[in-house]
Ligand binder design. Structure first.
Ligand SMILES: *[C@@H]1O[C@H](CO)[C@@H](O)[C@H](O)[C@H]1NC(C)=O
Length: 256
């Protein structure tokens, strides 16, 4: 009886599987090793089992808008872990202007560009280790980056044009390789220095332009490589010259 049931179940699942739509996406254009996929339409209701990406050949994949003259032609409303498993050999991934709202952070990607979307929900798994070195997420709807502390390999983080209102620099004590941080044009009312002294040896650029900052407390920071600090478009009155010199000895340009 048990065996019969199992066979019946197997037959049933075969019928279900074969009725799922099978879709194989192939590169429309290959340029400098980048595979460009077009006309992809994936929503939270799409059956992912039927999808195949050209993952065994290409490490660099881009979907969505990459040419100014072309209109957005793809939709990936949720980039889920299940979808990522369909393209799991990808290391460089761009999904620009695909109307993405939710993102499960892919753990083995090195560079991710999801600019110009509608992302407000990001899931980062505290039990995973993430290889991500560059994350471009400008022009989205992100309100908090607190969970980014698990992205320990990050060198570049572009969060310009989001809705972040608080930034605690303690976050960057988990990102020792940070080189370029961009939080321009958010809603920052406050930048918290963190509870202990913070030394970021590699940080070269820090962009906080276009926020609501009245002051920045520099006392806990030492960024020996910082060259560019942009605080244009904030109601900051002045920054203490001696604190600036101590915190950022290599600074050659402060814009405000
Ligand atoms: C500083 O930020 C403003 C506003 O985003 C921008 O226009 C300007 O080019 C930036 N300056 C530097 C030196 O990057």
């Amino acid at each position: 009886m048990g065996a019969q049931l199992r066979i019946a179940f197997l037959l049933l699942s075969l019928v279900v599987l074969s009725s799922a739509r099978y879709e194989r996406y192939v590169c429309q254009v290959v340029e400098d090793d980048w595979c460009t996929l077009q006309k992809i339409y994936i929503t939270s209701r799409t059956d992912l089992r039927g999808i195949r990406f050209p993952d065994d050949q290409y490490e660099k994949l881009r979907i969505g808008q990459h040419y100014d003259f072309a209109d957005t032609d793809s939709v990936i409303s949720v980039f889920s872990g299940g979808l990522f498993r369909r393209m799991s050999r990808v290391r460089y991934l761009r999904m620009n202007a695909v109307r993405m709202q939710g993102l499960d952070m892919p753990d083995t990607v090195l560079e991710l560009d999801v600019s110009n979307n509608w992302i407000s929900r990001i899931y980062i798994n505290p039990d995973r280790s993430y290889s991500l070195r560059k994350l471009k997420m400008s022009n989205n709807l992100v309100t908090s980056v607190a969970s980014f502390k698990y992205l320990n390999q990050l060198e570049e983080l572009d969060m310009a044009e989001n809705l972040i209102h608080l930034l605690n620099f303690e976050l960057f004590s988990f990102m020792p390789y940070a080189r370029n941080l961009n939080f321009a044009h958010n809603r920052l009312l406050e930048v918290r220095p963190g509870d202990s002294d913070l030394i970021l040896y590699y940080l070269e650029r820090l962009d906080l332009a276009g926020n609501q900052l009245r002051e920045i407390d520099l006392q806990r920071w030492t960024f020996p490589s910082l060259r560019m600090l942009n605080v244009t478009g904030n109601p900051i009155q002045r920054l203490d010259y001696f604190e600036l010199q101590r915190a950022f000895p290599r600074l050659w340009r402060v814009t405000y």
